[in-house]
Design a protein around this ligand. Structure first.
Ligand code: PEP
Length: 249
C-alpha cells in the first residue's frame, strides 16, 4: 500500500488537477494499493474524480460514533455514504495537536472495522523517546492499546503505519535498519495482541520523509509493506514516482 497524506493542503480544483495528472502516471502499476487521504471538505470531490480509477480514498481521521452532538467531527457513516473506503487513525499530528490518545485510537479502530473501513493506524516514537531508549516500549504500548479488545477474526483489514515523529516533515528519514527494527517490534506485538497469523499478514507501512529516492531501499525490506507519504505526495509526478519505486520488493 502506498498512501498519500495531503494533510490540510489543496483546494478542490487543485485536488482534481492532481487526480487527473496522477492517474495516467500509475495506470500500468498494479503492485500497490494506492490511497489518497485528502482533507474532509475535499472528500466528495476526490471520490468523484477518482471513480473507476485504482485510487482508494481515505479520511484523515473520524469520530468513532455513528452520530451525535460532536461539533466539527465526522462519523464513519458519513464517510461511508461519500464512498470513502479507508481511514487514517492516530496520526501523530492528531495525537500532538488534537488530543488523540491510545484509547481514542482503540475506539476509532473498533469503529472502522465494524463499519468496513480499512483502518491505517499510525504509531511512532518522539525523538526524546528514541534518544532515551524507549522506542520499543512506546511502539508496544501504542500497538497493544490500539488493538485491545479487537476480535482477531475481524482484524484482517488492519494496516499499521510506523511513523517516527522525528522523521515526519523533517527531511530526516529513518534508515532502512531503524525502520526494519521498528516494524519487527510492531509485528511481534500484533502476534501477542491478535495472532501470529495476523502478525504475518498485516501490512505495516513506513512513513516519515519518504521521497522518490529513498522509497526503493525502504520498500525492499521484508517487513516494510508500503509507505505513508506526506510532503512528497502533494505533487502528482513525485507521488507517482514513489508508487513506481515501491515495486522494489
Ligand atoms: C505524514 O504526514 O504521514 C508524513 C509521513 O509526512 P512526511 O512524508 O512529509 O514526512
Amino acid at each position: 500500500m502506498i498512501a498519500a497524506n495531503w494533510k490540510m493542503y489543496k483546494t478542490p480544483d487543485e485536488a482534481v488537477a492532481f487526480v487527473r495528472a496522477f492517474i495516467p502516471l500509475v495506470a500500468h502499476h498494479s503492485h500497490a494499493e494506492i490511497v489518497l487521504c485528502p482533507s474532509p471538505t475535499l472528500l466528495p470531490t476526490v471520490v468523484d474524480a477518482a471513480r473507476n480509477t485504482p485510487a482508494h480514498i481515505a479520511a484523515q481521521t473520524m469520530h468513532w460514533l455513528d452520530q451525535g452532538a460532536y461539533t466539527g467531527e465526522t462519523s464513519p457513516l458519513q464517510l461511508k455514504a461519500l464512498g470513502v473506503t479507508h481511514v487514517l487513525i492516530g496520526h501523530s499530528e492528531r495525537r500532538q495537536y488534537f488530543n488523540e490518545t491510545d484509547e481514542s485510537v482503540n475506539l476509532k479502530l473498533k469503529s472502522a472495522l465494524a463499519h468496513g473501513l480499512v483502518p491505517i493506524v499510525c504509531v511512532g516514537e518522539l525523538l526524546a523517546e528514541r534518544e532515551s531508549g524507549q522506542t520499543a516500549a512506546v511502539l508496544e504500548r501504542q500497538t497493544s492499546v490500539a488493538l485491545g479488545g479487537i476480535d482477531p477474526a475481524a482484524a484482517s483489514p488492519l494496516v499499521i503505519a510506523y511513523e517516527p515523529v522525528w522523521a515526519i516533515g523533517t527531511g530526516r528519514t529513518a534508515t532502512p535498519e531503524i525502520a526494519d527494527e521498528a516494524h519487527k517490534i510492531i509485528r511481534a506485538q500484533i502476534a501477542k495482541s491478535l495472532s501470529p497469523a495476523l502478525a504475518a499478514s498485516t501490512r505495516i507501512l513506513y512513513g516519515g520523509s519518504v521521497k522518490p529516492d529513498n522509497t526503493a531501499s525502504l520498500c525492499a525490506l521484508d517487513d516494510i509493506d508500503g509507505a505513508l507519504v506526506g510532503g512528497a505526495s502533494l505533487d502528482p509526478a513525485s507521488f507517482a514516482q514513489i508508487v513506481a519505486n515501491s515495486a522494489a520488493k
